[in-house]
Design a protein around this ligand. Structure first.
Ligand code: DC
Length: 229
């Protein structure tokens, strides 16, 4: 059957990556976490003290960055920055606190979108992010927009951080999510908006298994439609 592109967008901590990862595994598709790319850029900018308001510094730093993904021994995709594994570092709260400012920079977006399109050239990909269905792959066969209650999202994020031995107060997580929602959806460059043809799924009261099942059901129906066309 013809391979398709599945674009999953939505606010932070709505379950995008977990759902996308599981669905990609079931389909034998490649999974790309586009947020990880913006997190890796943010990590590099912080480490190298790049002045975000200085376009020359930003352009120079971007020319020095190469982001790749490798599958580890457990079959999990990990993010590499200039051949060094940064998967754990980019999930820290320090990165979450700065990533929305970095990802609002036009030059950063142009560079990342270019790489993301190359990764999707062969189709057979599930990519999650904020602008995947609207900007990166406007021709994606299936577009999903995930939402969830802010408190449920904060709880999920806190659990994820705890699993990585980082204890962050619940209120600080709620504040961070709200701030990022605000920046991500009001920025001038590719703000987070639901693509008109995207299917909205509210994950507040559903389990991961139910989310994945729903996504797979929608995927097979999109595959059938696109094979007929
Ligand atoms: O999915 P995430 O929370 O790891 O994403 C981190 C940040 O990256 C998010 O706050 C906004 C930005 N981002 C973006 O601007 N565009 C994307 N396609 C993916 C993420």
């Amino acid at each position: 059957m013809r391979k398709i592109i599945i674009a999953i967008d939505g606010f932070s901590a709505c379950g995008k990556s977990t759902t996308a990862k599981e669905a990609a595994k079931a389909l034998g598709y490649r999974y790309i976490d586009s947020g990880a790319m913006y997190r890796a850029v943010t990590y590099y900018f912080l480490e190298h003290h790049v002045a975000l308001a200085n376009p020359k510094e930003v352009a120079k730093a971007l020319s020095e960055i190469k982001i790749t993904f490798n599958i580890n021994a457990k079959g999990v995709s990990e993010t590499f920055l200039n051949a060094s594994n940064v998967e754990k570092k980019i999930r820290k709260m320090r990165i979450s606190e700065n990533v929305s400012q970095v990802s609002a920079i036009k030059e950063v977006r142009v560079a990342m979108v270019d790489q993301q399109r190359k990764l999707g050239k062969e189709r057979g990909i599930v990519m999650d992010g904020r602008d995947i269905g609207t900007v990166v792959f406007p021709d994606a066969e299936l577009k999903i927009f995930l939402t969830a209650d802010i408190l449920v999202r904060a709880f999920r994020r806190q659990q994820e951080l705890l699993e990585k031995n980082e204890m962050v107060e619940f209120d600080a997580i709620v504040a961070n999510l709200k701030k990022r929602d605000e920046i991500d959806s009001t920025r001038a460059e590719s703000p987070l908006v639901k693509a008109s043809e995207a299917i909205e799924i509210d994950t507040t009261n559903v389990t991961i298994d139910e989310q994945v099942d729903e996504l797979l059901r929608l995927t097979f129906s999109s595959m059938l439609t696109s094979s007929k066309n």
